[in-house]
Design a protein around this ligand. Structure first.
Ligand SMILES: Cc1cc2nc3c(=O)[nH]c(=O)nc-3n(C[C@H](O)[C@H](O)[C@H](O)COP(=O)(O)O)c2cc1C
Length: 329
C-alpha cells in the first residue's frame, strides 16, 4: 500500500508540463487550492541522461526544485509531489531514482512513457517505449529495485493505433503502484478528443489483472465537475488536469471564477515569485504564456493581453500591471 491507495476517489492531479509546472506555478496553483481538491502534483519531465551526467545534472536539476514555501503548502493541503523522469536506459533510471529519493522531498517517482515529441521519440524514449515492451519492462523493474518510493507510469493508449489490451495489460503485470493514461495515441499528439471510453476499457483490465494499481485518466479535463463525471463513467479513481489549468488556475479552489482583483493579485504573485525564484536562471519570456490566462475575461482583455505580450522584462511587466490596476480597479 502506498499513498496512491490512500487517496480518496475521485481525486485530481496536476499534470507534468514542461516549462509550466515548475515549483513556482505549482505553488501558485496550491495557493489557490482548497484542501482535499488536489491530491497529487508532478514535476516537469527530467532527463535520466541529464541526471546521470555531472554537467547534465547541473542543467536539469532546476526541474526538481521544490521550494521551502511549496513544501509548506504541500504539507498544509495534504498534497503529494511526484518527480517524473524519462530516458531509455534502465541503469540510468535506477541511478536517477536513487538521486530523486536522496533529495528527500518527493513522495513518488513517475516514468514518462507517453510524450510524443519528435526528439524524445527519436531517442527511443517516452511514448516510443510503447513499441519496446522488453525495454519498458526492464526500465520499470530497474527503477522499482532502486527505490522504496511509490512508482507510477504515465502513458498513452498506443503509438499508431489503440493498443490498450496489449500495452496496458503489460504495464498492469509489472510492479507499479499507479498508472495515468492519456486517452490519445502517440500519432495524435494533442489533436482530437481524448478517448475516455478506452480509458474505461483500461479500468476493466485493471480490475481483472491487478486491482492494487491506482488508475487516473487524462485528457481534456476542464474542471472538477467535468473530471468527476469522467471518473464515474470510466471507472478510474483519478483525473489528471493538464491544459485545463491554463483556462482556470483557480479550479482547485472554488467553482466560481475569481473577480478582477483576485485575477490581478494572482498574476502579480506569479510574476514576483518567478522573479524571486529564477531571476538569473530562467528567461522572463517563459512567463508570457501565463499572463494571458490572468487577463482573460477582464474589461478590454484583448488590449491588455497585447500590452502584456509585448513585455520583455519584469520592469515592463510591472509598468503594464500598474496601468491595468489604475485603469480598472
Ligand atoms: C506545455 C506542455 C508540456 C507538457 N510536458 C509534459 C511532461 O513533461 N511530461 C508528461 O508526461 N506530459 C507532458 N505534457 C502532457 C500533459 O501532461 C498531458 O498529458 C496532456 O496535455 C493531455 O492532458 P490535457 O488534455 O489535460 O492537457 C505536456 C503538455 C503540455 C501542454
Amino acid at each position: 500500500m502506498t499513498f496512491w491507495n490512500e487517496l480518496k476517489a475521485p481525486f485530481f492531479s496536476l499534470a507534468p508540463m514542461e516549462d509550466v509546472t515548475d515549483t513556482v506555478f505549482r505553488e501558485i496553483v496550491l495557493q489557490n487550492s482548497s484542501p482535499g481538491n488536489l491530491g497529487v502534483v508532478f514535476t516537469e519531465f527530467v532527463s535520466t541522461d541529464g541526471l546521470c551526467h555531472p554537467v547534465g545534472r547541473e542543467k536539469v536539476k532546476h526541474r526538481l526544485l521544490v521550494s521551502g514555501s511549496e513544501q509548506e503548502l504541500l504539507r498544509e493541503n495534504g498534497v503529494k509531489i511526484v518527480a517524473q523522469i524519462w530516458g531509455n536506459n534502465p541503469e540510468k533510471f535506477a541511478e536517477s531514482a536513487r538521486f530523486v529519493e536522496s533529495l528527500g522531498v518527493f513522495d513518488g517517482i513517475d516514468i514518462n512513457m507517453g510524450c510524443p515529441v519528435k526528439n524524445v521519440v527519436a531517442h527511443g524514449s517516452c511514448s516510443a517505449l510503447i513499441d519496446k515492451p522488453e525495454l519498458a519492462t526492464a526500465i520499470i523493474k530497474a527503477t522499482r529495485n532502486s527505490t522504496s518510493l511509490p512508482l507510477s507510469v504515465k502513458t498513452r493508449l498506443g503509438v499508431k493505433q489503440i493498443e490498450t489490451t496489449r500495452w496496458i495489460s503489460q504495464l498492469l503485470e509489472l510492479p507499479i503502484d499507479a498508472l495515468t493514461i492519456h486517452g490519445r495515441i502517440q500519432k495524435q499528439m494533442s489533436d482530437g478528443e481524448a478517448n475516455w471510453n478506452e480509458i474505461g476499457v483500461a479500468a476493466l483490465l485493471r480490475n481483472a489483472i491487478n486491482s492494487n494499481v491506482v488508475l487516473s485518466g487524462n485528457g481534456d479535463v476542464e474542471g472538477i465537475d467535468d473530471g468527476v463525471t469522467r471518473i464515474a463513467k470510466s471507472g478510474v479513481e483519478g483525473a489528471m488536469v493538464g491544459r485545463g489549468i491554463f483556462k482556470n488556475p483557480w479550479m482547485f479552489g472554488s467553482t466560481e471564477m475569481p473577480d478582477l482583483e483576485k485575477r490581478l493579485q494572482t498574476m502579480h504573485a506569479h510574476v514576483s515569485l518567478f522573479e524571486a525564484t529564477w531571476t538569473n536562471t530562467k528567461n522572463y519570456m517563459l512567463l508570457r504564456r501565463f499572463l494571458k490566462i490572468y487577463v482573460n475575461g477582464i474589461f478590454d482583455a484583448a488590449y491588455w493581453r497585447t500590452e502584456l505580450m509585448k513585455t520583455n522584462s519584469y520592469d515592463e511587466f510591472y509598468r503594464v500591471y500598474n496601468r491595468i490596476c489604475k485603469t480598472l480597479l
